[in-house]
Write a protein that binds this ligand. Structure first.
Ligand SMILES: [Zn+2]
Length: 277
């Protein structure tokens, strides 16, 4: 998908759900298009035990074939999935998955989501705490999700951030206030921005907050197949995929009043540093 922006730096999509049924069945094409759009690395989001296993398998198989786009994965349990994991030995399963695979670059997607409460809040807290401990044990960054739960999230994170190897990203930052954003930044966290910001209507408040994120803390992601960047020319593709990432970059460049290459340079450097790519 060509854009009218000229990018010389490569891009890193720090969150794509390539295990989703709409993407995993045509991965070669999806990755070919990503490569054409200057996307050099993609981190596949793991959201459950089975989903994380699948994400690792995709990354491992793909990287053995030495493709142009490098794939990595996270290992974790999404807050929506907390309740269905809490009844069995999920910690042991996570440890098994986290042990000895060089394509794993973060613990997550983990966190709290009190917006829809698909899992009981107490289960969410418990499964999140376990993953915070595992990130510390394995010295991995956290890939975190938070929706309508910033107070609880911040009080949990303040405790864990006392440890020197605490590091990570609040992925898909969307509806938070300036105050919440500044609190996450004060915990030395990175902020992940998706195509949500490209939506003139619902992304308007987020677009105003963007310049408050220092460029050395900014990360970009598609969250594909969700959140298609709505600044893409029509006709829109049926779903989001990593090749749409340049449109997030384009919007961010407008928010900061800098060039797209400036955004690409910083976000790629930041992703390499945080995830040790
Ligand atoms: Zn999320």
């Amino acid at each position: 998908m060509a854009t009218n922006t000229t990018l010389t730096n490569s891009l890193i999509d720090i969150g794509a759900n390539l295990t989703h049924k709409s993407l995993k069945h045509h991965l070669p094409l999806v990755l070919q298009r990503a490569n054409n759009a200057q996307v050099s690395h993609i981190i596949i989001t793991g959201t459950s035990i089975s989903g994380s296993r699948e994400a690792i398998d995709i990354a491992t198989r793909h990287n053995q074939e030495q493709q142009n786009v490098k794939l990595y994965s996270t290992v974790g349990i999404h807050p929506h999935d907390a309740t269905r994991h809490v009844t069995y030995n999920y910690r042991e399963q996570l440890v098994k998955l986290l042990t000895g695979n060089k394509n794993i670059v973060a613990v997550g997607e983990c966190g709290l989501d009190f917006d829809r409460n698909f899992s009981l809040p107490d289960d969410q807290r418990s499964v999140f705490n376990t993953q915070l401990e595992l990130a510390r044990e394995f010295n991995l960054p956290l890939f975190m999700h938070e929706r309508s739960a910033s107070n609880d999230m911040l009080s949990i994170l303040e405790k864990y951030s006392q440890h020197e190897n605490f590091h990570g990203v609040i992925h898909c930052f969307t509806n938070g206030t300036l105050d919440v954003l500044q609190k996450y930044l004060s915990l030395n966290l990175y902020i992940g921005i998706t195509g949500w910001v490209c939506d003139d209507r619902r992304g308007k408040d987020l677009a105003k907050l963007i310049p408050h994120i220092p460029l050395d803390r900014l990360l970009i992601e598609t969250d594909a197949p969700f959140l298609l960047p709505r600044n893409m020319p029509r006709p829109w593709p049926s779903q989001n995929e990593p090749s749409c990432l340049p449109y997030v970059v384009k919007k961010l460049a407008e928010c900061y009043s800098v060039s797209v290459d400036e955004i690409a340079k910083h976000t790629t450097e930041n992703a390499k540093k945080l995830f040790k790519l």
